[in-house]
Design a protein around this ligand. Structure first.
Ligand SMILES: NC(=O)c1ccc[n+]([C@@H]2O[C@H](COP(=O)([O-])OP(=O)(O)OC[C@H]3O[C@@H](n4cnc5c(N)ncnc54)[C@H](OP(=O)(O)O)[C@@H]3O)[C@@H](O)[C@H]2O)c1
Length: 349
C-alpha cells in the first residue's frame, strides 16, 4: 500500500513537472519576427512572413533581407511558387501536434512556401552545376519570396524549356509525392491496377472527371456518385490522399498481396491523422496486404527525373489558378477549402 502511494506521488510529481516545463516552453516559444525588421537594411526583397499561427490574415508581404548565396549555394530569382496543403498546415500550426517541431506558441520559421521555379541569379564559388541565367525548379522553405538560396546538391534541377515557370513550380511536392508513393512504396509493376483516391487523380467529383481522364486515367470514379469500396473492382495498389473511408473498407477492394499507401489522411485540429496512422500500423500486423504510410522527401534525382518526364510530355502539370504574390492569402484560403483542381500557383515578376 505504502509502495503504491509512493508510486502515485512520484507519478503526480513527474506529470506536474512535465506540465510546468511544457507551459514554460510554450510561453518562451518565440521567433525572429522582431529581429527581421532591424536586419532589413540595404539589400532587400519582398517575402511573405508570418509571426503568429492563424488564418490567412496572419500572412504579411514585407521587405526583408535578400539572401546571399554561400559557396555551395545558388541564388534563385523566384518566378512562380505553388501552394501545398503543407503551407496552410504550417500557417495555422494545425494539427497542434506538429507544433512540437514547428514552434509551440509561434512559428519558429517565419517564412512560408516550398515549391518554386525561377532563374539562377548568382552562384557561390564552389557551384559547378548551375550558372546565372539557368532556369530551375525545386523546393526550398521560404519560396513565397522574390529570392531563395539553395544548396546546389539539394532540391534544385533544370527546368525543362517546354514548360512555363508556373507549370514547373506546380510539380515538386505533388509529383515527388506521387512518384515516391507509386514507385518506392507501392512498387507498381506494369499491368497492375492502381486506384488513386483524391487529389483528383483517379477518384474525384463530377466537375473533375474530364480533367482526370485527360491526364491518362483508364477509369474515373466520381465520388459523389460511386463508392469505390463498394465496387467489384480489385486493385494491386491503392494510393490514398484523402483517408475518408475506413481502412478495412479500403483493404476490402485490395488484392491479398496488394499495397495500401496512405499519403493524406483525415484533417483535424489536434492530432489527426495520427489515429489513422496508428490504426494502419496495428492493422498491418494482421492482414496479408502491406499497409504503408510515408512522408515524401524532396531530392535532386527525383526532380531531374520529373523534369525529364515533363520534357517528354509524359507528366502534364495542371495549373488551375494563378495569383500574384500579394494575393497569397486568397491562394492559400482557396487551397485550404479542399477542392482545388490541379495546382494553385503564385507568380512573381
Ligand atoms: N505524405 C506526404 O508526404 C504528402 C505529401 C504531399 C501531400 N500530402 C497530403 O496529401 C493530401 C492531398 O494533397 P494535395 O496537394 O493533392 O491536396 P489538395 O490540392 O488540397 O487536394 C484537393 C483535391 O482533393 C479532392 N477531394 C476532396 N475531397 C475528396 C473526397 N472525399 N474524395 C476524393 N477526392 C476528394 C478534391 O476534388 P473535388 O474538388 O472533386 O472534391 C481536390 O481535387 C493532403 O492531405 C496532403 O496533406 C502528403
Amino acid at each position: 500500500m505504502r509502495l503504491l502511494k509512493r508510486v502515485a506521488w512520484w507519478s503526480a510529481g513527474a506529470i506536474s513537472l512535465a506540465f510546468l516545463a511544457f507551459l514554460i516552453a510554450y510561453w518562451m516559444s518565440s521567433n525572429t519576427c522582431d529581429e527581421r525588421k532591424a536586419a532589413a537594411q540595404g539589400n532587400l526583397m519582398k517575402a511573405v512572413v508570418y509571426c503568429d499561427y492563424g488564418p490567412p490574415e496572419v500572412l504579411k508581404l514585407e521587405e526583408i533581407e535578400k539572401p546571399t548565396p554561400a559557396d555551395d549555394e545558388v541564388l534563385v530569382r523566384v518566378r512562380a511558387a505553388s501552394v501545398n496543403p503543407l503551407d496552410w498546415h504550417y500557417m495555422r500550426g494545425s494539427p497542434y501536434f506538429m507544433r512540437l517541431g514547428a514552434g509551440l506558441r509561434k512559428p519558429k520559421v517565419i517564412r512560408l512556401g516550398v515549391d518554386y521555379a525561377g532563374t539562377v541569379e548568382a552562384v557561390g564559388s564552389k557551384v559547378t552545376r548551375f550558372r546565372p541565367g539557368d532556369e530551375v525548379f525545386g523546393g526550398r522553405t521560404g519560396a513565397f519570396a522574390q529570392y531563395v538560396s539553395v544548396r546546389e546538391s539539394r532540391a534544385v534541377a533544370p527546368k525543362p524549356p517546354n514548360v512555363t515557370f508556373e507549370q514547373a513550380a506546380s510539380v515538386p511536392i505533388a509529383a515527388i509525392t506521387a512518384l515516391q508513393a507509386l514507385r518506392d512504396q507501392g512498387k507498381v509493376q506494369p499491368g497492375q491496377k492502381v486506384l488513386i483516391n483524391g487529389a483528383s487523380g483517379g477518384v474525384c467529383s463530377t466537375r473533375n472527371v474530364e480533367m482526370v481522364r485527360s491526364l491518362g486515367a483508364d477509369r474515373v470514379i466520381d465520388y459523389t456518385k460511386e463508392d469505390f469500396t463498394k465496387d467489384a473492382a480489385r486493385y494491386d495498389v491503392i494510393l490514398d490522399n484523402v483517408g475518408n473511408h475506413g481502412l478495412l473498407e479500403s483493404l476490402h477492394v485490395l488484392n491479398p498481396k496488394g499495397k495500401y499507401v496512405m499519403v493524406g489522411g483525415p484533417k483535424g485540429t489536434w492530432i489527426d491523422p495520427l489515429p489513422r496512422a496508428a490504426s494502419a500500423l496495428v492493422l498491418s500486423r494482421f492482414v496479408s496486404q502491406d499497409v504503408l504510410m510515408f512522408v515524401a522527401k524532396l531530392n535532386q534525382a527525383d526532380l531531374t527525373f520529373l523534369g525529364n518526364l515533363m520534357q517528354a510530355g509524359k507528366v502534364k502539370p495542371v495549373v488551375e489558378r494563378q495569383y500574384d504574390l500579394s494575393q497569397l492569402r486568397e491562394a492559400i484560403g482557396y487551397l485550404e477549402a479542399g477542392h482545388a483542381r490541379g495546382k494553385v500557383v503564385v507568380t512573381l515578376e
